[in-house]
Design a protein around this ligand. Sequence first.
Ligand code: NAP
Length: 478
Amino acid sequence: MNFAIIGAGMAGILSAIKLTEAGLTDFTIYEKGEGFGGTWRENTYPGLACDVPSHLYSYSFAPNAEWSHQFSPGPEIKGYFERVAHDHHLDERVRFGDEVIRCELVDGRWHLETASGHRDEVDVVIGATGVLHHPRFPDIEGLDEFEGAAFHSSRWDHDVPLDGARVGIIGTGSTAVQIVGAVVDQVAHLSLFQRTPQWILPQTNPAITDDEKAEFRDHPERLTELHESLSKAFGVFANAVVDAESPEAHWIGVMCTQNLEESVSDPELRERLRPDYRAACKRLIISPNFYEAIQAPNAELVTEAIECVVPEGVRTKDGRVHELDVLVLATGFYADAFMRPMQLVGRDGQTLDEAWSERPNAYLSISIPGFPNFFMLNGPNGPVGNFSLIEVAELQFGYIMALIEQLRSGECREVCATKSAMDAFEASRVEAAKKTVWVTGCRSWYLDDRGIPAVWPWPFDRFRAEMGAPRPEAFEYR
Ligand code: NAP
């Protein structure tokens, strides 16, 4: 059997390692970028970090004794993925800079075509293309006329100096909050354009001492124990957000309110920073320094709505022009693209755009009816955002591997979820979503066009149990 893995980020590296472990070594990884690391390669903005503790945000099979901090910086995370990939000799298995543009099922095999014209024919495709990788540029009049430098947060232009510059940042999501804390001391003036305030949990980020690292090196089992205990602790948070009435969900609100009250001294600024929706309705932000940064003498929170961008900066609705040298668009991503714009053509010539004409959907976020032997990691409506995506992907790959084993054993030549299984899953998902904190009254990228959160709405244990083994009745075998 041979395989194509699309994407050389966290999930693609994982897939390649797990296939190799299973003795399935005939695979190629296709990566549109020029290196490993996915989101950690693409995002290079100042302050980039992961708000999942590093000892949890690591593969279970590749614990890392060298993490510098409890929440290590982005470049270190990218280095980790590169190292794991090199250690598993994946460099020679990747076609970097070659985007898969078409993938068509022909007589039970997937025919791939890349942007460079390369063609491949495989039995199984693993879609490990990530979720947040299509930047969402704001629809603001005049953006093209700005005379300074303007770029999206995920396309950071490192040739643009920040020292002494007047910098504007549009957005108050996880990305903007990290950037604000990282650049405020460097820039002459910082204007943060806030459309909606955010709830923020406090964060401490101690360095891991040399003694602790030595202890981890000498006793790797401590790393495994730490991974497990962090996973349990994180599970409490993940379970809280799927039950808006749980004491834990209310406790998160109390913690956030306390953080705001204690951290922001000016009552007027405090009120402008206070959200009017429940904590964790939007993806919860964890920050060690945002409130301090926004109170710096050179920082300004702009809550007046943006009217347009003018050559000198940003004009707000009150007529004021905020003069800027640099404008950062920390305005998020299109979360519903997944592997698109790749053309995916399944059984009977059905395209992915047709299958997803209403919105992206897949059974357990892994398998799409009519697209046999095409499996996704971190696909639509999966557990993004509130778990370690590495843990999620590892569990999903275990499930996919069970399907691959059915193909390998000759039990079938094609396998994909049935439409009825997907529809039943979707109906119960939509029902369960009504209890979650994400529907308590806010706008967020979790919500689909119906206002239903496109995520896993149950506790983590249920996800773990579901990933234990595929239910045969949910699949169509040929
Ligand atoms: P985001 O959460 O989607 O935030 C986008 C921000 O831009 C929002 O504040 C939004 O305002 C604002 N915005 C969008 N269009 C605008 C417009 N036309 N005018 C004014 N404001 C506008 O994006 P993100 O911060 O890049 O984060 C996306 C996700 O990436 C996160 O939720 C998280 O899952 C992931 N992430 C994770 C980490 C981590 O540490 N693990 C770090 C960064 C990002 P509204 O709120 O009013 O819509």
